[in-house]
Design a protein around this ligand. Structure first.
Ligand code: HEM
Length: 502
């Protein structure tokens, strides 16, 4: 007979109590969820088949294969084709909802904005590079960043076409006139780095300068760091196997580059404040230093906006010229429209009148959304309006802490929303369609892109000036288009074309 001492009796009692407490909590939670689902009429959405219930690694081979062959976007689109427009998928223990239902996306981003946040998965991925900048914060900190930033995008600022002309001139100078091959994507990325620095820091950098070691290093490492973030978002903890010291070095180089501007602004803080009344332009960094002298925080904000300003617009211009290089009929129609300007530099108002150009830009953003996929996390138990039940029409329950991935790339290619030719580049479709939340290149709701008007003006202006300078364009890339995914999307092989001057 074994006689237990008082210590082991206590231990047993404590263990039993913990198990009972855990079970009661679980049962209580299950009952609350059941009640919540009943009240809101929720039904489960379709679910990706799953054999591994613990680590949920079923999807790993498919995702690895897609990543190796630069086909993540098509992989995601195929998943929606298999499962419908809202479905559940588990990967590495995270049971995420995937959706391309415009009503669900509108609910998350606008109607129930406070029921969702950027979430831990995204914060963890973005934080090493972007710290607590606007792209990795929620709540009061995000509101503060946004309020600080908004004045930079007033109409006067974005409509200053002299600002754009300066930068576009240096881009055009770098396009060869002898018909030899040029990678337009590289030139667009240099130009948008220059425009962003001008806009945010108030300093002009010419393209000669941007070819210097500092700039080249910055450009290389910012792309590498973003690529690593995209891997962390896709592969979670497994990405640690791949993102090692290279990631840390890229972060150091990139933050060091931005840090130089920040330190200079902090040093000149007093004189900047005194000059403020005389300055016509709002310079983001000059305003920020009046608010805080915290170097890390300033670097976080500035770097976030620099990435937002550089990569997105360069990606859009690149994909637009990729399409133009394959479509002489679209190029010719644009030439006719731009001809109405009679060779004059376009004003902001004139750019707005170029209807066909706006269709071409919309069609580019539809087929090639520069932010192709995004994620939010529920802050409380909540409901998405559609996607549940066998017909996908019932509301769907979203548990507190659950991630919802929305894939704008796949939504923009839905045949039931855009017609049977949804995969084709056809700008003319914009004469009749008004897709509402089914077209979401700039996000929506309170976190809608702040730079939308600025980006569209710069894209239109650059396109018009290239059309005014060159009479034809031809594709010089023999291979199929391949995606490059960082925080935004670009072309892995660049955009190789040749242009013939007028
Ligand atoms: C074609 C060009 C652009 C596209 C397609 C685009 C797209 C987007 C998207 C999809 C978001 C939402 C991101 C998220 O929820 O995680 C966003 C946010 C944002 N964008 Fe853009 N963007 C473009 C250009 C720009 C430019 C040029 C700037 C600034 C110079 C800018 C500044 C911002 C900022 C500050 C936010 C954060 C808004 C917030 O969280 O409150 N964007 N953009």
């Amino acid at each position: 007979m074994i006689i237990m001492g008082p210590d082991s009796l206590l231990l047993r009692l404590a263990c039993t109590l913990i198990v009972v407490f855990y079970l009661v909590k679980k049962i209580n939670r299950a009952l609350t969820v059941r009640q919540f689902k009943q009240t809101h009429g929720c039904l489960p959405p379709a679910s990706e088949p799953r054999k591994d219930p613990i680590l949920s690694l079923d999807a790993l081979p498919g995702i690895l294969h897609a990543a190796r062959h630069d086909g993540i976007l098509n992989y995601l689109q195929a998943a929606y084709c298999r499962n419908g427009s809202t479905f559940l998928s588990s990967f590495l223990g995270s049971n995420d909802i995937f959706t391309i239902d415009p009503e669900n996306i509108k609910t998350m981003l606008a109607v129930k904005f406070t029921d969702f946040e950027l979430g831990e998965k995204r914060r963890a991925a973005f934080h090493p590079l972007l710290g607590n900048g606007i792209f990795s914060t929620d709540g009061a900190q995000w509101e503060h960043s946004r309020a600080l930033l908004r004045p930079s995008f007033t109409r006067t600022q974005i409509s200053s076409t002299e600002f754009h002309e300066r930068h576009v001139q240096s881009l055009i100078r770098n396009i060869p006139r002898d018909g030899s091959t040029v990678d337009l994507q590289t030139l667009f990325f240099s130009m948008t780095l220059e425009t962003s620095i001008d806009l945010l820091v108030g300093e002009t950098v010419d393209s000669q300068h941007s070819a210097s070691d500092d700039f080249a290093e910055f450009a290389k490492h910012i792309s590498h760091a973003q690529r690593m973030i995209s891997l962390i978002l896709t592969f979670g903890v497994l990405s640690k196997l791949h993102c090692g010291s290279g990631f840390k070095k890229s972060i150091r180089v990139v933050r060091g580059f931005i840090g130089k501007y920040v330190r200079k602004a902090i040093q000149n803080r007093t004189s900047l404040d005194a000059e403020k009344q005389q300055r016509e332009r709002y310079v983001f960094l000059h305003e920020l230093v009046q608010d805080t002298c915290d170097e890390a925080r300033l670097t976080d904000e500035l770097l976030s906006i620099l990435i937002a300003g550089r990569d997105t617009t360069a990606g859009l211009l690149s994909m637009l010229f990729y399409e133009l290089a394959q479509r002489p009929e679209v190029w010719e129609r644009l030439q006719t429209e731009v001809g109405t300007l009679e060779g004059q530099l376009p004003s902001f108002e004139q750019l707005k009148q170029l209807k066909y150009l706006s269709w071409v830009i919309n069609e580019t953003l539809r087929l090639h959304p520069i932010v192709p996929s995004n994620i939010r996390t529920a802050t409380r138990d909540t409901v998405l309006p559609v996607g549940g039940g066998p017909d996908g029409k019932a509301p769907v329950f979203v548990s507190k802490g659950q991630n919802v991935v929305y894939t704008v790339y796949a939504m923009h290619r839905r045949q039931d929303l855009y017609g049977p030719d949804a995969d084709e580049f056809r700008p003319e479709r914009w004469a009749t369609i008004r897709p509402g939340w089914a077209f979401l290149p700039f996000n929506g709701g309170p976190r809608i892109c702040l730079g939308q008007q600025y980006a569209l003006t710069l894209t239109s202006y650059t396109t018009v000036r290239i059309l005014q300078t060159f009479k034809s364009i031809s594709n010089r890339d023999p291979g199929p288009w391949k995606e490059w995914l960082g925080l935004t999307m670009a072309s892995k092989n660049g955009i190789k074309v040749s242009l013939v001057p007028k």
